[in-house]
Write a protein that binds this ligand. Sequence first.
Ligand code: SAM
Ligand code: DTB
Ligand code: SF4
Length: 364
Amino acid sequence: MSEAEHSRRTRSPRRGEDWGEGTPAERSEFPHPTRAPRVDLSSPGGGGAPRHDWTREQVRALFDLPFPELMFRAQEIHRRNFDPGAVQISTLLSIKTGGCPEDCAYCPQSARYDAGVRAEKLMSLDAVLAEARTARAAGASRFCMGAAWREPKERDLDNVCAMVEGVKALGLETCATLGMLTAAQAQRLKAAGLDFYNHNIDTSPEFYGDIITTRTYQDRLDTLQRVREAGIHVCCGGIVGMGETREDRVGMIATLASLPAHPESVPINMLVRVGGTPLAGEPKLDPLEFVRTIAVARITMPRSMVRLSAGREDMSEETQALCFLAGANSIFYGPKLLTTSNPGRDRDRDLMERLGMRALEPGD
Ligand code: SAM
Ligand code: DTB
Ligand code: SF4
């Protein structure tokens, strides 16, 4: 085990993060002020252009709002920009599973951890297209192909470009997440018809080094810029529940909201704690803190699709409903994410029906 892996496994939970211990009455003070601090929200969703100059103080003040006030503000902005009853539906497929050389502490696909994921070869074009047809028939509007690579090799990219062309021809929006890209690779994917590229910043710049040591935060920002310059829509978000502090969640959202252009999609993942990964034993994050993260993403990036991503399998339907109220308007649909479980289609159809929400069609 490397030193970084060892320190992750042995470090104590961060202050205020272990929601499993102590009732609010046992804690010395209530965590949030009872009066709403003033936060300038004049531009987002108010008819003007989204802001890109969010300061940490402003983002922190949003996180610190009383929950009802935060939800009200998020809903106001959500309704100005979107139909609150519509959800965009994406399906994920792991086209190349496991055996990844990177050391992302949350990830069951890293070859460094024994999480029971078998390393597989890149899927064939026919097998991928068969999965895409199934996803389309089940109502997905976007098909996202994920590969456990640090970065694609040129030969891999030839194959992925053929997959993108094939999926696009089925009338689905295309998305891929393949690791770091060069400018030339981003341009090739664009030429093949790629609509979205997913590449997450994962957390705050400060906490990042506790989670990944094999590539830097700047590497990620560089790939995002290349994707943007190639004319591909950006899908970029992160993970919460990894032992980070609220200040790290503030830093993550502030980084996303001050990118030169907001990502068109912002996936907010709740850590899926997979046995064998260094983060398997992290305490569960308070679901209300997850909802807050969604609400702050909605307020600061008013025109982005905010995706309630990994972690729904262990989330109550009430928490998911709160996420939609907070401005989430996209989900992964289908029983599997990349290697872990997601709610089955029946369960999600039932939830959507009970909430009276509908799926967005491609191009809606
Ligand atoms: N290998 C590529 C990369 O890392 O960019 C693409 C695939 S990677 C699995 C895509 C994203 O999935 C990661 O950036 C991370 O945000 C998310 N992810 C992976 N494992 C997760 C877990 N256990 N819980 C929540 N999100 C996870
Ligand atoms: C994202 O932000 N979440 C998805 C997608 N982008 C590729 C991945 C979630 C993976 C969860 C762990 C797994 O199933 O392996
Ligand atoms: Fe590899 Fe991506 Fe998993 Fe990191 S998140 S270990 S790069 S598959």
